[in-house]
Design a protein around this ligand. Structure first.
Ligand code: FAD
Ligand code: NAI
Length: 465
């Protein structure tokens, strides 16, 4: 049977694209090589990592701040297998949810490895058998895989990627994290809270490259206070796995004397790379850039007519909601509507404690572009709700165009920053001015009042500072 659309990959890009296309009346099939739907995000990414972040955060809170609030429980004890089971249950619920949505939207699912054999034709191989799926349009939504570190073999036991770090069966005494990016800080935080001594080696001279520099500096200070050790401007050049402990060779990034760090587990978190293995792209002539990403035009069309791509496999931030937004936009374009993604309004959240969230431009980007801006900043130390909750680390920073007051960027470190950034993303999407946020009523007492105060501070009229 011929379909309107076949989507290869059922991560947040692929499954959302398939559902939206089905909603719009297209006949849709999906192809997935893994046993469950949901891709990296649901199976080994966003969902399991957030389950462990949530559980480990409560574990730490129970040990530290409960007594200060008059709750006496005694020393909390870790039951790691139960915590892992809690995480697995969360994953299971989510991946089953996708299967349900496919059925509900009458989307046919083919299990197996998909290969594009020609425009309009995908071959699906599973358990020795091959099926052919014909469709007017093909969507590549095959996502990304772990970037490898030269000379370091990931065995997912002692030298792990994020996937192995989500299933460790005991708390490592010492954990070496390579890369102070999102995964390094999130999963480094999880294992530190559960009892590991965590050392983070980062090639650059700062953590979270790409985020606003002031935010990077402040969050590094906070994580250091929590017990993480950072070795910036450093690189791991090899790991000796012969003994009971791993011996990692760490050198200054610019070269120089190496030191050896003994640890139990190494987490390699130096980024992700587009995944197109066995997809047949060369044979059909789909172009990729020098980083292996499928090249698309503003309508997600590849170099071959009828073949499209979305999500981690194309350029842009590797984020689940970015993949989803592209999936929806592409489905709408294929159904004859006007799908669009505003890349200036995609929020970025690091789910540590405190959370770090941003949307729009950083100060560094505005300076480089020569755009004059005003800064409004408000610390959580001066927010009533944060004070009573004893969560006063961090601030809200709003960057607004000096001439028009239009909000260009918002950066938050603080409790619940991931939820609070939604207001900022909406403001940017609507082309709002800082004055618009300042004049919007924010409930008291909430952390969101810090956003309003930062907007007032753009015009130097914050009340509580
Ligand atoms: P993927 O989710 O990678 O899905 C691709 C799918 O395609 C997979 O199911 C794969 O099996 C399938 N596939 C590939 N090739 C084939 C083939 N040839 N045939 C059939 N099937 C194929 N992002 C956030 O926004 N928030 C977070 O909190 C967050 N946390 C993360 C935590 C971790 C540890 C990791 C690793 C990532 C996290 N991300 C997070 C990133 C997020 O997971 C990705 O941006 C998102 O999954 C990308 O979606 P996608 O649909 O492009 O690809
Ligand atoms: P990342 O790109 O966030 O960070 C990688 C870090 O490793 C960078 O700081 C980089 O400078 C450093 N690095 C690179 N090579 C190195 C080397 N040889 N030695 C030492 N340091 C080195 O990548 P990460 O953390 O692996 O995450 C991958 C992707 O997954 C990210 O793009 C992110 O968008 C996504 N993700 C998103 C999450 C979220 O939204 N909360 C959570 C986890 C992942």
């Amino acid at each position: 049977m011929a379909y309107d659309l076949v989507v290869i990959g059922t991560g947040p890009g692929g499954y959302v694209c398939a559902i939206r296309a089905a909603q719009l009346g297209l006949k849709v099939a999906v192809v997935e090589k893994d046993k469950t739907f949901g891709g990296t995000c649901l199976n080994v990414g966003c969902i399991p990592s957030k389950a462990l972040l949530h559980a480990s955060e409560l574990f730490e809170e129970a040990g530290h701040s409960f007594a200060r609030m008059g709750i006496k429980l005694g020393e909390p004890k870790l039951d790691l297998p139960a915590m892992m089971a809690f995480k697995d249950q969360g994953v299971d619920g989510n991946v089953k949810g996708v299967a349900f949505l496919f059925k509900k939207n009458k989307i046919d699912a083919f299990q197996g490895h998909g290969r594009i054999v020609a425009p309009g034709r995908v071959e699906v191989k599973a358990n020795g058998g091959t099926q052919t799926v014909d469709a007017r349009s093909i969507v590549i939504a095959t996502g990304s895989g772990v970037a490898r570190l030269n000379g370091v073999a990931i065995d997912e036991q002692r030298i792990v990627s994020s996937t192995g770090a989500l299933v460790l069966d005991q708390v490592p005494q010492r954990l070496l994290v390579v890369g102070a990016g999102v995964i390094g800080l999130e999963l480094g935080s999880v294992w530190r809270r559960l009892g590991s001594e965590v050392i983070v080696v980062e090639f650059l001279d700062r953590v979270l490259p790409g985020m606003d520099l002031e935010v990077g500096k402040q969050c590094q200070r906070i994580f250091q206070k929590q017990g993480l050790t950072f070795k910036l401007s450093s690189k791991v050049t090899g790991i000796d796995t012969s003994g009971p402990k791993l011996r990692a060779r760490v050198e200054p990034a610019a070269g120089g004397a190496a030191e050896t760090i003994e640890v139990d587990v190494v987490l390699v978190a130096i980024g992700r790379v587009p995944y197109t293995d066995g997809l047949g792209l060369e044979a059909v002539g789909v172009s990729r850039d020098n980083r292996g990403r499928v090249v698309v035009d503003p309508h997600f069309a590849t170099s071959v007519a009828g073949i499209y791509a979305i999500g981690d496999v194309i350029a842009g931030p590797m984020l689940a909601h970015k993949a989803e937004d592209e999936g929806i936009a592409l489905a709408e374009i294929l159904a004859g509507k006007a799908g669009h993604v505003n890349y200036d309004a995609i929020p970025n959240v690091v789910y540590t404690f405190p959370e770090i969230a941003s949307v729009g431009k950083t100060e560094e980007e505005l300076k480089e572009a020569g755009i004059a801006y005003n800064v409004g900043k408000f610390p959580f130390m001066a927010n009533g709700r944060a004070k009573v909750n004893m969560t006063t680390d961090g601030f809200v920073k709003i960057l607004a165009d000096a001439r028009t007051d239009r909000v260009l960027g918002v950066h938050i470190i603080g409790p619940d920053a991931g939820n609070m950034i939604a207001e900022a993303a909406f403001a940017i999407e609507m082309g709002a001015a800082a004055e618009d946020i300042a004049r919007t009523s924010h409930a008291h007492p909430t952390l969101t009042e810090a956003v309003k105060e930062a907007a007032l501070a753009v015009d130097k009229r914050a009340i509580h500072m």
